[in-house]
Design a protein around this ligand. Structure first.
Ligand code: SF4
Ligand code: SF4
Length: 468
């Protein structure tokens, strides 16, 4: 994995309602605690963030919190490498310093974040079918408190962007107070305000936003019409569509840089109308980027990645995605658009092949299953499950060397995949390579210290080594 492109710990600070401070949503290890008053200096050159800078500078994610990072998987370039030309001198000086620190891979920096990203809490006015926050929302009522944040104004006005997310930020009281403070304070007029929203309440803010020259609205939208209303339960397509159009038109009339972009989730119910959805995005000039629905971020029975058999109920799903990809390419929306959708399609093809391979395996057609597993990794060379299955087939056929080869390929893509760690560990013990098995379990336990079964296997080896 090419980590070097990641600029997050040099450019972005994320502050969460859960009282954590970090630089991205993907880091697996612990984040700093949010102490109030928040000391930006102490955090920005603190041990945790310096550790992340060291990891990225070393370009080796193995065993670190960056291991398996989805951001790196779906992006090819840091969002921060080109500096906008509409910054004021203070913002521009800060961004130039941040760029120097990033390019020189400095661990201690003399710049401040160019972007602050603040998650205000989980409250939302919708009940989307795949929302992973639904259960936590019932019990976790915390909000990021607005008062300490307003104290950070001297830092915020050096930044290019302040991004606000929830839940639905336009209905979270402290997020609304924060937005109100910014849009009514001329000192913030050069800062870009970004809001991640479901767009249903946007109409209430179009008028109050007038003083802000730069606004970016990222709308969660995965389909149009009835499919949209089925996915985003509680929302009306006509209203959301009107909000987007009105926001864009008002920005244009005011001569402001008000942009809308779309964050779309690829899932069972968004695939059938994907082509029409892309056409809509193009017709309304709202660039779209795609993310897969996966178990880490979403829930529900919409997950065509874990349950690829669901794809069998979507007629011509591959053609639909191909057509959408073609349209995105023609429009020139490649990075997060066409390229992400291509990657996602390959992953889906791969998972379906693997599923069919598992069916063959269960029916006793071992050779046929191996062929499908091999095709699966041809389509997605990072698909751990198919490599693991190839290892299992080799193992069952008595080919221990082949089994280890495939298990190692699986582990290269994800050293923490439990099935593969178990399988590979067992076979290593079986051929008396105890030290390698011990290292494998030990590395896994750094991320999953509570896995008693693997801890037991690790302890068994340690005991064998003590005896010998
Ligand atoms: S987890 Fe990913 S996005 Fe976060 S700092 Fe590491 S490489 Fe960058
Ligand atoms: S808009 Fe976002 S936060 Fe709200 S229910 Fe839908 S997925 Fe969840």
């Amino acid at each position: 994995m090419e980590l070097k492109m990641c600029g997050q710990p040099w450019f972005e600070m994320q502050i969460e309602y859960s009282e954590k401070v970090g630089c991205c949503c993907y880091y697996k290890f612990g984040k700093d605690s949010l102490n109030t008053p928040l000391d930006v200096d102490r955090y920005w050159n603190g041990n945790k963030i310096k550790e992340i800078r060291k990891t990225i500078s070393s370009n080796n994610a193995e065993g670190t919190g960056c291991d398996g990072c989805q951001y790196i998987k779906y992006s090819s370039v840091s969002n921060f490498v080109s500096m906008p030309d509409n910054l004021n001198p203070i913002q521009s000086d800060n961004w130039s310093r941040a760029l120097n620190n990033y390019h020189d891979k400095r661990i201690t920096v003399d710049s401040y974040p160019v972007k602050y990203y603040m998650n205000f809490g989980l409250a939302c006015n919708l009940k989307c079918i795949m929302c992973c926050q639904a259960e936590s929302r019932k019990v976790d009522k915390r909000q990021l408190p607005v008062e300490p944040l307003l104290e950070l104004k001297p830092f915020f006005i050096k930044a290019n962007e302040i991004a606000i997310i929830g839940g639905e930020p336009l209905m979270i009281p402290d997020a609304r107070k924060f937005i109100d403070a910014i849009i009514h304070d001329p000192d913030y007029s050069d800062v870009k305000l970004s809001i991640f929203t479901n767009g249903t309440l946007l109409h209430k803010y179009i008028e109050p936003f007038r003083n802000m020259k730069r606004i970016g609205i990222c709308i969660s939208l995965d389909s149009i019409g009835n499919a949209y209303e089925y996915i985003r339960q509680g929302a009306k397509w006509e209203d959301t569509e009107n909000n987007i159009i009105e926001f864009k038109e008002t920005g244009k009339q005011l001569g402001h840089s008000w942009d809308v972009n779309i964050a779309a989730i690829v899932m069972k119910s968004s695939i059938p109308l994907m082509d029409d959805f892309v056409e809509w995005c193009i017709a309304h000039d709202t660039p779209v980027h795609f993310v897969p629905l996966n178990e880490e971020n979403f829930t529900g029975d919409e997950d065509v990645f874990r349950n690829p058999v669901l794809l069998n109920n979507i007629p011509a799903w591959e053609d639909i995605l191909d057509s959408a990809i073609n349209k995105l390419e023609k429009r020139g929306w490649t990075a997060g658009g066409a390229n992400s959708l291509k990657l996602i399609k390959k992953e889906l093809v791969s998972r379906l092949l693997n599923y069919k391979g598992e069916e063959l395996f269960n029916s006793g057609d071992i050779e046929g299953s191996f062929t499908l597993f091999a095709k699966s990794v041809e389509s997605d060379p990072a698909f751990v499950t198919a490599f693991n299955n190839m290892g299992v087939v080799c193992w069952q056929s008595g080919d221990r060397k082949g089994a280890i080869k495939h298990f190692l390929k699986a582990l290269k893509n994800n050293p923490y995949n439990r099935d593969t760690v178990m399988n590979c560990g067992r076979i290593l013990v079986n051929i008396d390579q105890h030290e390698d098995a011990r290292k494998l379990y030990k590395s896994y336990l750094t991320l999953h210290p509570d896995d008693n079964e693997i801890r037991g296997l690790y302890t068994e080896i340690e005991e064998i080594e003590c005896v010998t």
